[in-house]
Design a binder for this molecule. Structure first.
Ligand SMILES: [Zn+2]
Ligand SMILES: [Zn+2]
Length: 282
């Protein structure tokens, strides 16, 4: 699994549980088509023994004596400018307005406990690298009567060996034998759905781009509208030829009037090759 837990409380507002952050990586193809993913997260949840009310079952929950159940305390301050009344959260009950007689034994009166949970998340088709999914209410518990935090899932999309992406279009490079580029024909290229034949026109130049309509990535949030696949044709010059192929190439070159083709120093039958042959007495 590529899942890793960012952990910790990234944001805690007084009347809400903390948000959680999670990082998950999906393959290029899973990002294109969407995929269900199970996340294992570790988060604070209301204690099961006391249902989050912090009291040992069977014992009393009382009105806070510090604030008489108000949750706030008032303090009067005298300054040079006059008298001010300051209202602050009650330090005894942390604003919860009540305290317990006997703290819950399981959570030691915190009302919360750490739990490991599996959460099923549907990664939507067409998601892009770096997207952050918001899953409402799946963050940490904020305690009794308080809204849960949210869960943010950061999506990383892994690189593909064949495909690249630009918006909703899939990009790829297809290698073309030089004779195919000259004479034209049909090649088969991989697509997200399998493979597709594309027609090569005679006299195709390296860098030509062929478009396969609708073979791209689904536009996120749309019901199936897809981009295209753009195939860049790259003409490959063969590095090795057998004697017959070399002969054909030589004749082809001569038919174009290229008299000095095949005469370079890198060619064993070329200028230096013949010089060497002569030297060896062959
Ligand atoms: Zn408890
Ligand atoms: Zn209080």
């Amino acid at each position: 699994m590529f899942d890793s837990f960012f952990g910790g409380s990234s944001r805690q507002t007084p009347n809400r549980g903390a948000d959680l952050e999670f990082q998950i990586n999906v393959s290029f193809r899973d990002a294109a088509f969407g995929v269900p993913k199970e996340l294992k997260i570790n988060r604070m949840e209301p204690c099961e023994r006391c249902n989050g009310n912090k009291a040992e079952p069977g014992t009393e929950v009382m009105e806070c004596p510090g604030c008489h159940g108000e949750g706030k305390v008032r303090r009067t301050q005298r300054t040079f400018f006059g008298q001010f009344e300051q209202v602050t959260t009650c330090p005894t009950c942390q604003g919860e307005k009540q305290t317990v007689q006997t703290a819950c034994k399981k959570c030691s009166g915190r009302g919360k406990e750490r739990k490991s949970r599996k959460i099923e998340v549907q990664i939507p088709a067409g998601i892009e690298h770096g997207t952050k999914l918001l899953i409402h209410g799946e963050g940490e518990s904020g305690g009794r009567g308080v809204e849960n935090g949210d869960l943010y899932v950061h999506i990383g999309v892994e690189k593909d060996k064949i495909f690249d992406r630009k918006g909703d279009d899939v990009l790829m490079i297809a290698e073309l034998n030089i004779t195919m580029a000259i004479l034209g024909g049909i090649i088969s290229v991989e697509t997200l759905d399998g493979s597709s034949d594309i027609e090569i026109k005679p006299g195709t130049q390296s860098g030509t781009i062929q478009r396969i309509k609708g073979a791209g990535i689904q536009h996120i949030g749309s019901s199936g509208r897809r981009g295209d696949q753009l195939v860049e044709l790259k003409i490959i010059t063969p590095r090795k030829l057998d004697e017959h192929q070399r002969q054909l190439m030589q004749e082809l070159a001569e038919s174009f009037g290229l008299k000095r083709v095949g005469k370079g120093s890198g060619n064993q039958h070329g200028f230096f090759g013949r010089f060497k042959d002569a030297f060896n007495g062959e």
